[in-house]
Design a protein around this ligand. Structure first.
Ligand code: ZN
Ligand code: ZN
Length: 346
């Protein structure tokens, strides 16, 4: 079998490797589709969170090929998708209900390959059996959908008020899709990339804006109204915002556009530290919530939306590549003006 590994800045190579053998609690699946994650692109382009020879790819779905003797409820031939994160279950954070912050978290990578071994396979925990009508490509979005699900579960935004989503990579798009599925009536999405703004409209955004061609604060104060609170006489009317861009200029805009007692979810990582005026957070009592990865509960919520087709993330696929062309697949995914999601199949 073949597997793609990171070999240096902007270099991914496919090479042969021995096929994995499952232990009694593991399973092996034949990969059908694996999406390129934003974090994979950071690894590819900057060498972030990776070392030479390490595999990439954690957003995958496929067909079960071999099952360990002690795995229950999953059979050879099942079409499945995977939660690649594994939590230890006994550290302080696992025990206090924050397994996404597990002290001993490990993750399954290696989705850009013919086969993947899933250690400790447990149905509806880290392996989910797909209904026939859900495609492998849609199912490969379980992981980014889970990231978006956590951000929304953590923030619980008021769905009857306007909600802002900044940054329309896969996570921002998944946030838009879930908000729309939950019934949010006004979702305003912002990104510099035309193809990503278009994608957000298809995902359920009610309005999209290009921050390079207009002053988004002026436009949104005008359109959605101005709110007032002590020392702050010109805030926006947004009940909540999801920051999925990680770009410095959006932070000031978000904190101005969110109303007093509103809430902001920080989902994206930033490449550089940013400066932020804490007075606005204090004076408007803005609830700022960081959101990292996902818990099993978030993954189950994401899977329900996927299985019921309440969300259709495969609409975000702009390019498809074979495993042998993975270098080009990464180049395309790293060009945000051209792509939303690049999907790779063996
Ligand atoms: Zn991912
Ligand atoms: Zn733990």
């Amino acid at each position: 079998m073949r597997i793609a590994t990171w070999e240096g800045i902007r270099s991914v190579e496919v090479s042969p490797i021995d096929a994995p053998t499952p232990g009694p609690t593991d399973l092996v699946l034949d990969v059908s589709a694996c999406g390129i994650c934003g974090s994979d692109v950071h690894s590819f382009a900057e060498g972030a969170w990776i070392a030479k020879g390490m595999p990439l790819g954690h957003e995958f779905a496929g067909v079960v090929r071999e099952v360990g003797a002690n795995v229950e409820g999953i059979s050879v031939g099942d079409r499945v998708t995977v939660n690649p994160a594994a939590y230890c279950g006994h550290c302080a954070r696992c025990l206090d209900g924050h397994e996404n912050l597990c002290e001993n978290m490990s993750g399954a990578a290696g989705g850009f390959s013919d086969r993947v071994l899933i250690p400790n396979a447990r149905r509806d925990v880290n392996v989910f059996v797909l209904p026939d009508e859900v495609s492998f490509e849609a199912a490969a979005f379980l992981e980014p959908l889970s990231v978006a699900m956590r951000a929304i579960n953590q923030l619980r935004p008021p769905l009857d008020e306007p909600i802002l989503v900044t940054g329309l990579g896969t996570i921002g798009q998944c946030v838009v899709q879930i908000l729309a599925a939950q019934g949010a009536s006004r979702i305003v999405a912002i990104d510099t990339s035309p193809i990503r703004r278009e994608g957000a409209l298809a995902s359920g955004a009610t309005e999209v804006l290009d921050p390079t061609s207009e002053d988004v604060v002026d436009v949104l104060l005008e359109k959605y109204g101005v709110t007032r609170s002590p020392y702050r006489d010109r805030s926006g009317a947004f009940g909540a915002a999801f920051e999925c861009a990680g770009a410095a200029p959006v932070f000031d805009q978000i904190f101005q556009l969110v109303r007093a007692a509103g809430s902001v979810s920080l989902v994206a990582l930033t490449a550089q530290p940013i400066t932020l005026d804490p007075n606005v957070v204090v004076q408007k009592e803005i609830r700022v919530v960081g959101s990292f990865a996902y818990s099993t509960e978030d993954v189950r919520g994401a899977f329900e939306l996927l299985a019921s087709k309440a969300v259709q993330p495969d609409r975000l696929i702009t390019h498809r590549f074979q495993l042998g062309d993975i270098q080009e697949a990464f180049e395309v995914q790293s060009r945000s003006n051209e792509s939303i999601k690049v999907m790779v199949s063996p």
